[in-house]
Ligand binder design. Structure first.
Ligand code: SF4
Length: 367
């Protein structure tokens, strides 16, 4: 099965107060050049050439990296690996960092999907989030990408902010539907330690209400709700992210990037200087229990869950025995799990609490 390649570009214009991704605020061209060279070195020295059919440039904000550098990195990947025709090649981008020239160059370099971090179409919400772009700039970036020729665009939005009003959410949903991107990701604001810089997550009840409004609005607009937080037009599911949710293998390059290849997992240094200096990655040793937990954790995030075949191949056990576990029967009896057409999944009305359901499922299977 072809693999996915992930490239981490750990630079942003400014750090957002709620962000947990590894990145630093920098526009230092010298540092960018050294980082590009280190990335290309890592790619060229990967020991095996395998078939790949997705490449994902994430961050950070990859769109603040010079387009020529992104193109150099993409060339290095397609030289080192067997890039299959029709591969999905995504660049994460932020409004404010795209222009017509860069979009045209990205397309001609081979990028065919762009994921824009719009986050909201309300200026007040963008300011609460500490974002540097405006709602108009988010819309302009989308229209510019469309005009340049991108026919696979994803927009990200954030909801579940304590000070966010229902009207502000509805304004964002209206704009999303009118722009009609091929893919939409929606994330509830979560913060480890309560509030930061005056930004607080909404109560679980408020977030749940917003989540269900989003689902209803996007499904009514013709999107498939295919993962807890993701929606797409038919044929535009994120092929790269589906690899993670299906526990398929991937190779990550760049500072802090993780890999899962040949049954091994490792993680690169989350220090840009250490990464450039060539510090070796840390090998992650996952217990069998953790890997089994992941089966439920990842696959039950998808709205179609997992099939009988997937379960039986992975665990080597009959799914009937699993379905007969009293706690699983209780969850199914209460509507938190459904088993239809040979697939086990969490019904849409309970996806907002999927994390809690998954913990229950995993702990009843491995008590
Ligand atoms: S721009 Fe994105 S990656 Fe950078 S700090 Fe903000 S949320 Fe994080």
């Amino acid at each position: 099965m072809p693999l996915g390649v992930y490239i981490h570009i750990p630079f942003c214009l400014k750090r957002c107060p709620y962000c947990s991704f590894f990145s630093v605020a920098s526009l230092d061209r010298t540092l960018f050049t050294r980082y590009r060279d280190a990335l290309i070195y890592e790619i060229e020295h990967f020991p095996t050439s395998v078939e790949i059919d997705t490449i994902y440039f994430g961050g950070g904000t990859p769109s603040i990296f010079p387009v020529e550098f992104l193109s150099d990195i993409l060339s290095a990947v397609s030289t080192r690996f067997k890039l299959l025709p029709g591969a999905e090649i995504t660049l994460e981008a932020n409004p404010h960092t795209l222009d017509e020239r860069s979009l045209r160059l990205l397309l001609s370099s081979g990028f065919n999907r762009i994921s824009i971090g719009a986050q909201s179409f309300s200026d007040r919400v963008l300011s609460l989030l500490g974002r540097v772009h405006s709602a108009d700039e988010a819309e302009e970036s989308f229209l510019m990408a469309r005009e340049a020729g991108f026919d696979n665009i994803s927009l990200d939005i954030i909801y579940g902010i304590q000070a966010q009003t229902t009207d502000e959410l509805l304004l964002t949903l209206d704009k999303l539907v009118s722009l009609s991107p091929e893919h939409i990701s929606t994330y509830a604001l979560t913060l480890e330690d309560g509030c930061v810089s005056g930004l607080c997550p909404a109560s679980s009840e408020k977030s749940c209400g917003m989540y269900h409004r989003i689902v209803r609005c996007l499904v009514d607009a013709g999107y498939s709700h295919y993962e807890v937080s993701n929606f797409a037009r038919e044929g535009f599911f994120s092929r790269h992210n589906l690899k993670y949710w299906n526990q398929e293998e991937y190779i990550g390059f760049g500072a802090s990037a993780s890999s899962y290849f040949s049954g091994r997992r490792w993680r690169n240094s989350a220090s840009i200087e250490n990464y450039i200096a060539g510090c070796p990655p840390v090998v992650d040793i996952l217990s069998k229990e953790k890997i089994k937990d992941e089966f439920f954790l990842l696959r039950l995030r998808k709205t179609d869950g997992f099939s009988t075949n997937e379960f039986e191949q992975f665990f080597g056990e009959d799914i009937a025995d699993f379905l007969a576990i009293p706690r699983i029967q209780e969850l199914a009896g209460s509507g938190y799990l459904a088993f239809e057409d040979g697939r086990l999944f969490i019904p849409g009305e309970h996806l907002f609490v999927s994390d809690e359901i998954i913990v229950e499922v995993a702990s009843s299977f491995f008590p």
